[in-house]
Write a protein that binds this ligand. Structure first.
Ligand SMILES: Nc1ncnc2c1ncn2[C@@H]1O[C@H](COP(=O)(O)OP(=O)(O)OP(=O)(O)O)[C@@H](O)[C@H]1O
Length: 856
């Protein structure tokens, strides 16, 4: 390390700034005399002074300084790599306590090293401490090399640089979330003080001033450095130019010599050609004479038999290349019979075995029978639920209300649905639809009926729809839907027969097209019945080989009946006992396992060069994929989660992340999700979930805001309950009366399937090995930090989620504070870290208490 740039004065640790120089060469006599005189003048050096100035003392102190600096370098490096682990100990324990715990300290400099580095860096002047190390090194080096060492100058300069580094770094990293204070507490506090008194701009200006101060102190050194740098750059440039010129010169020389040799070759060739053509001419003439004399046939092939001969003398004058060229010239040959020829005759290889049959995925359960329609109750519903009088009354009210607002109507048409009647109004010409839309609330009030929904305009028509609930709503029995022609003839991949539209059409949606669905509705409005309807319609259409369900039921009662389907239709982790996942602790593992299944399926699709599960299965059925290479028939997997809100409250990110992954990618590999929740609030249906679930089913919700969350518009709050629902997909919305299936019917269907021969086991999901410490965050509910709840309350009440605030508040190390923050994120209490910005606090105190209650 060069120290002489900075150290311009002499070093004398005893006498301040007094010159002290050890002669580095044999000292001239005169100098000795001067020194002796000076020594005499200095009131006879005492024993201490002699000791200090002694060569051996300098050597020893120099070495000691360098050793000390080396120790500091090691502890500092070790601090940057292991400091976070030691931080709790260095903050809370004394050195001797740390020493007793010995092996728990990771710093290479032991407890003292850990303590020193923590004190000098995080608790001190941050990376300014590196300047102090440099200071010791420079002193030691100076002493050893007997060079000039300006003790005070070096000390002052180092101090200024260290403080500047601390303050400037403190400013730059003021908002950084890191376990180490890069500018130290010093840099942080100074900047806090500056910002509170002279604002951020003032703090920046102070930093600029400090940098300018350092620059002016080192102006000379900087100038020298710059000159040296310029010199090196110039030298490099000159070298490059010289090399380029040399290369250019040699290229030119090569070109010239090539040109020369080419000329020689050309000349020789011309000569050869000329000579040989003369000879050839002579020979030909000779031959013609001979032919004329001997009546030889004028056969060109025979003509070539006589080769032009090149005179040996001329040949010898040629260079090697030309000789080669001459030799390489195609020889006309008459010995055709000597040329051998191999004829390759292609042959189509016959397959060892010709596959004539296709693969039947249902073969293993070939005797499986779909549940009979007779298992479903045959409920007779009234043909027309709205009598003429009711309709007339409603029509009267609508026309009079609209005329009150001066909206003339040219035509009104009523469509009677199972629960609501749609009055379709054609306004008179010139009436603006926006005007009617504005009167929505007034019209609803005048009609004095609950659950009125106004659709202005009805998409694709120039009419306005007013949906008025029927006095006697009709139930739509599932039997009527399953037995409908539309459902029976439907060839959707995964048909969800939802119920009946207002025009009494059977409403069926294809889950593969959704490709994932969110279901929301207040308690008791028909969610569970809706999910059962979906499952039933899939069971009536899909063979066990083609479809598997993963059912998650935190309420433990909704899906329990389906456990009978385990060996036919359910998928589960291999070491799980229960096929219906009721234990929230296992949900994360299952969801992650589904991610692995998704990735495996993608690998199979890639290997098969197809893009979708449908193409893949078609190829497999045609036996174009080799099962020995891991290919298999892939059943669709439908994941249904009831009460998703409870899950996200308990496990936050841990469930959100795999759900989002599946939702984003799983469509192509035949995995589809249906999430149901009572609480369609934004912290349950987060942005990422919403964005990946284009299919939405809204049963009645209590607030308009919930309707907006689930459907992005109002309407679900105006439904009348009991299976009345809005089905929205990619912005298109349909009001549907959900088909009703009773618990007995579900049970009958499950029994009918259970009675039949099934697979030996449930469809095995791949093992999931957690990446981190093996505990999912739900597992980690029990392993949460003892400070978790307190920290959660502190963060929610203070609305500040920063690791350093936890560190300061609870006097804990960065690692522990960081772990608590991760746990809070996993629990959905705070948002993810976003650079320098503080994390978002996602819940209020009430929600937090509820979450803590659930996980207690
Ligand atoms: N499609 C429907 N047709 C007729 N009645 C229905 C329909 N759906 C639900 N109901 C009625 O509403 C009741 C509650 O339905 P369901 O159990 O599905 O509500 P939920 O939304 O799942 O409630 P929770 O969230 O509390 O479980 C049913 O017992 C039934 O009487």
């Amino acid at each position: 390390m060069r120290s002489d740039n900075i150290l311009s004065d002499n070093f004398d640790p005893d006498v301040l700034d007094r010159e002290y120089k050890e002669p580095s060469q044999p000292a001239p006599r005169k100098r000795n005399t001067t020194r002796q005189a000076a020594a005499k003048k200095e009131s006879k050096p005492g024993a201490i002074s002699r000791f200090i100035h002694d060569k051996r003392t300098r050597l020893f102190v120099g070495i000691a300084m360098i050793c000390w600096a080396a120790y500091l370098i090691i502890v500092t490096l070790s601090y940057f790599t292991h400091g976070a682990d030691d931080q709790s100990a260095t903050i809370n324990l004394s050195i001797s306590e740390m020493a007793q715990r010995g092996d728990e300290i990771n710093n290479a400099g032991g407890p003292i090293g850990a303590f020193l580095s923590q004190s000098a860096i995080s608790n001190g002047i941050g990376i300014g401490a590196l300047v102090i190390i440099y200071y010791f090194l420079a002193l030691g080096w100076g002493l050893l090399h007997k060079g000039k060492v300006g003790f005070w100058s070096l000390t002052m300069k180092s101090l200024i640089v260290a403080i500047t580094v601390s303050i400037v770094t403190g400013l730059v990293t003021y908002k950084a979330h890191s376990w180490v204070f890069w500018g130290g507490i010093h840099g942080y506090e100074v900047n806090t003080f500056l910002m509170s008194h002279i604002g951020v701009t003032g703090a920046i200006l102070v930093s600029i001033l400090l940098v300018a101060l350092v620059a002016s102190i080192y102006l000379n050194e900087l100038r020298l450095l710059y000159v040296a740098y310029r010199k090196r750059v110039d030298e490099h440039r000159r070298r490059v130019e010289a090399e380029r010129a040399a290369a250019e010169e040699s290229r030119r020389k090569v070109e010239e010599s090539l040109k020369e040799s080419a000329e020689i070759v050309d000349n020789s060739r011309n000569e050869v050609t000329r000579e040989s053509s003369v000879q050839l001419e002579n020979k030909t003439l000779d031959f013609e004479d001979y032919a004329n004399d001997n009546n030889v046939d004028d056969n060109p092939a025979d003509t070539y038999k006589t080769e032009p001969e090149i005179d040996d003398d001329i040949y010898d004058t040629l260079d090697d290349e030309t000789k080669d060229d001459i030799q390489d010239e195609p020889e006309a040959t008459d010995n055709n019979e000597d040329v051998s020829m191999t004829v390759n005759e292609g042959e189509i290889e016959e397959a060892d075995e010709i596959a004539t049959d296709t693969y039947d995925p249902t073969a293993e359960l070939s005797r499986y029978h779909f549940p009979s329609i007779e298992l479903l109750n045959n409920i007779q519903v009234k043909a027309n639920s709205v009598d003429q009088q009711e309709m007339e009354e409603n029509k009267e009210r609508i026309t009079s209300t609209l005329s009150n607002y001066s909206i003339p109507i040219s035509h009104i048409e009523a469509t009677v649905g199972p629960t609501v009647t749609l009055y379709e109004i054609v306004p008179a010409e010139g009436v603006r639809i926006a005007k009617i839309k504005r009167l929505e609330d007034d019209i609803a009030l005048s009609l004095a009926a609950l659950g009125i929904r106004i659709i202005a305009p009805i998409p694709g028509k120039g009419t306005i729809g007013i949906e008025v609930p029927n006095k006697e709503p009709q139930m739509v029995p599932i039997r009527s839907i399953i037995s409908s022609r539309k459902f029976q003839e439907c060839n959707y991949e995964l048909p969800m027969a939802m119920g009946s539209t207002i025009s009494k059409d059977v409403f069926i949606a294809d889950l593969t097209k959704m490709p994932h669905v969110l279901v929301a509705g207040a308690t008791g409005q028909g969610k569970s019945v809706g999910l059962n309807t979906i499952i039933a319609s899939l069971l009536y259409k899909k063979h066990p080989a083609e479809l598997k369900f993963v059912l998650v039921d935190p309420k433990m009662v909704e899906f329990s009946l389906y456990s009978k389907l385990e060996r036919h239709y359910l998928a589960k982790l291999p070491d799980e006992n229960e096929a219906i996942i009721t234990d929230p602790m296992k949900v994360v593992a299952t969801l992650n396992s589904l991610c692995v299944e998704m990735d495996n399926r993608y690998a199979l699709l890639k290997d098969a060069n197809v893009r979708t599960i449908k193409e893949y299965n078609n190829k497999f059925i045609q036996r174009r994929l080799n099962p020995e290479k891991g290919h298999r028939y892939l059943p669709y997997i439908v994941i249904i989660v009831d009460e998703f809100g409870d899950l996200i409250m308990m496990a936050g990110k841990e469930v959100e992340t795999p759900i989002a992954r599946i939702a984003q990618k799983a469509r192509a590999v035949g995995m589809h999700m249906i999430l149901a929740t009572q609480r369609p609030s934004t912290n349950v249906i987060t942005g990422i979930i919403k964005a990946n679930f284009p299919g939405r089913i809204a049963f009645r919700v209590s607030q308009m805001v919930d309707s907006r969350t689930i459907l992005d518009r109002t309407g679900a709050n105006q439904l009348i309950g009991k299976g009345d629902m809005l089905f929205s997909h990619n912005g298109e919305m349909e009001r549907v009366q959900c088909a009703f299936i009773s618990t007995e019917e579900v049970e009958a269907i499950c029994d009918a399937i259970d009675e039949q021969v099934g697979y030996p086991n449930a469809y095995p999901l791949p093992d999931y090995v957690p990446e981190s410490d093996g505990s999912t965050s739900l597992g980690a509910v029990n392993d949460r930090d003892p400070l978790f709840e307190e920290a959660a309350r502190f963060i929610v009440t203070s609305s500040t989620a920063s690791t350093s605030s936890l560190q300061r508040r609870y006097s804990i190390g960065y690692n522990r504070a960081g772990k608590i923050m991760d746990q809070l994120e996993a629990a959905g209490i705070v948002g993810p870290a976003s650079g320098a910005k503080p994390r978002q606090v996602l819940v209020d105190s009430l929600q937090l208490e509820r979450m803590l209650e659930i996980t207690a």
